[in-house]
Design a protein around this ligand. Structure first.
Ligand code: NAD
Length: 483
């Protein structure tokens, strides 16, 4: 693939002014494709196409079963092209091939099938009350802007697109500029599978005044679903407020992972390794503040550091590597600057902490698993989202103290805790200010559950009925029956 264009109203188009940008492989910085660099005019054209498809086209008027049939056909295409899509994801974003092939691309197909079936099977309320019968309709909201990040590109794009389309909306997807390739290929496959023209539009480029500007400020947009950093989320909320367009925002995190002395360390150690180092720590849900009960700190840390040092770091196309490159040079510099900051704040780098520049990795943006001790929760490195393979380890003595530290954060996306004491686990879950709490596990997702965050981690929830609430305009209907 050498050229990525916008998809607007079923047509593949360059940017209005012909501008392009490059997407490169973070493993060796080689050029993968040139991509249409969208202007505000491209954003406006995509909104017009989605609006037309919603107001005049068949999609919102198909029955849920008819829409489900097409979305299942799109999911079948994703399955048929799983290896191709996984390799694209791995080359464009540096995601380990195991993760792309066995987790993220299968989840793309699951997103589509889950919401296709959810819409046709969800119950609608009806309230018979004497000679009054009331019921609720869930018509689609209209045109949806979906703005997605680079860290799980197609999985997160379809986490938005699948419910938006299943509930009868039309959509404009703007993937992150670092990782446009799978969205492009997915759009081709969706058209082949029979998705009507204009139902899914894809525009590429950057935020703010460029292509994403109209997606958040045009009054013809009815919903904005965004996943990305908290700073961008605030800008989008401000832009959307002018037209009071509802926004669902899934944003950053600095989630606590709490290991109690009674935890089964054979479970807690490997899970804690995955919680921070899977996906190079470029995961919103990463357990990036590790709180360990002081009575087991030495034993835990010894095992945790030993496991981290065993993790292979290298070409993400090689399935034996656990960590690949970070997404880009600028991000690597940001990650490393936090490690330097942590040291200035009194932290000790126990392992890692320097870019990997040997011959095999010199062209890529490789950073090793890095573990820092000696900080308190007031250090910036322990509070701010680093979004890299960097774990800050803090100690605690009591359950109350652990909960206080966990909740002492501007973020509230997720939390995980390891304990054999179920009473404690329930007590903690009830008082933990986080959208998701995992107990003795990590990263498990049932798509019926609400997904989202508190505080700077987000606004609103998606998943199952929560996606229905967001992507539809619930309408109360009341009839007076005559005898
Ligand atoms: P980002 O905020 O830089 O970009 C996200 C998307 O927003 C991109 O498509 C970008 O082009 C677009 N954008 C940027 N400025 C914009 C503007 N002013 N208006 C409209 N769109 C704009 O985030 P990123 O670096 O791509 O992703 C990493 C961040 O995403 C991390 O903070 C991570 O925690 C967060 N994230 C959150 C979740 C979640 O579910 N809560 C999941 C994944 C990633």
């Amino acid at each position: 693939m050498t050229e990525v264009l916008h998809l607007i109203g079923g047509e593949w188009r360059p940017a209005f002014d012909g501008a392009t940008f490059e997407t490169r492989d973070p493993h060796d910085n080689s050029l993968l494709a040139t991509v249409a660099r969208g202007t505000a005019e491209d954003g406006v054209a995509a909104i017009s196409a989605a609006r037309h498809a919603f107001d005049e086209g068949p999609w919102p008027r198909l029955s849920p079963k008819e829409r489900a049939k097409i979305l299942h056909a799109v999911a079948d295409k994703v399955d048929e092209h799983r290896e191709e899509l996984a390799l694209l994801e791995t080359r464009d974003g540096g995601k380990g091939i195991n993760q792309s092939l066995h987790a993220e691309i299968p989840r793309v197909a699951h997103n589509l099938r889950f919401f296709a079936d959810y819409v046709s099977m969800a119950a609608n309320e009806a309230y018979p009350d004497g000679d009054l019968l009331s019921y609720v309709l869930y018509p689609p909201a209209g045109v949806v802007s979906a703005i997605s990040p680079w860290n799980a590109p197609l999985m997160l794009a379809t986490w938005k697109i699948a419910p938006a389309l299943a509930f009868g909306n039309t959509a404009i997807l703007k993937p992150a500029p670092q990782t446009p390739l799978t969205a492009h290929r997915f759009a081709e496959l969706a058209l082949e599978a029979g998705l009507p023209e204009g139902v899914l539009n894809v525009v590429h480029g950057f935020g703010g005044e460029a292509v994403a500007g109209p997606l958040t400020s045009d009054p013809r947009v009815d919903r904005i679903t965004f996943t990305g950093s908290s700073a961008t989320g605030v800008r989008i909320l401000q832009s959307a407020a002018v037209n009071h367009t509802p926004v669902s925002a899934e944003m950053g995190g600095k989630s606590a992972n709490i290991v109690f002395a009674d935890a089964d360390l054979d479970v807690a150690v490997p899970m804690s390794i995955r919680a921070i180092f899977a996906g190079n720590g470029q995961v919103c849900l990463a357990g990036s503040r590790l709180l360990v009960q002081n009575s087991i700190m030495d034993e835990f840390l010894e095992r945790f550091v030993a496991e981290a040092e065993k993790l292979a770091v290298g070409d993400p196309k090689d399935a034996s590597n656990f960590l690949g490159p970070l997404i880009e040079q600028r991000h690597l510099e940001k990650v490393h600057s936090y490690v330097e900051l942590a040291q200035e704040e009194g932290g000790k780098v126990v392992t890692g902490g320097e870019r990997l520049t040997d011959a095999a990795r010199a062209q890529g943006f490789y950073y090793p698993p890095t573990i820092i001790t000696g900080l308190t929760n007031s250090a910036r490195a322990a509070r701010e989202e680093i979004f890299g393979p960097v774990e800050t380890v803090l100690g605690f003595d009591t359950e109350e103290e652990a909960l206080r530290i966990a909740n002492d954060s501007p973020y509230g996306l997720a939390g995980m805790l390891f304990t054999e004491n179920l009473n404690r686990a329930h007590r903690m879950a009830a008082r933990w200010r986080a959208g998701t709490v995992w107990i003795n596990t990590f990263f498990e997702r049932d798509l019926r559950l609400p997904f989202g965050g508190e505080g700077s981690s987000g606004l609103g929830r998606e998943g199952g009925q929560y996606s229905r609430d967001f992507f539809t305009e619930p309408r109360a209907v009341t009839i007076r029956l005559r005898g």
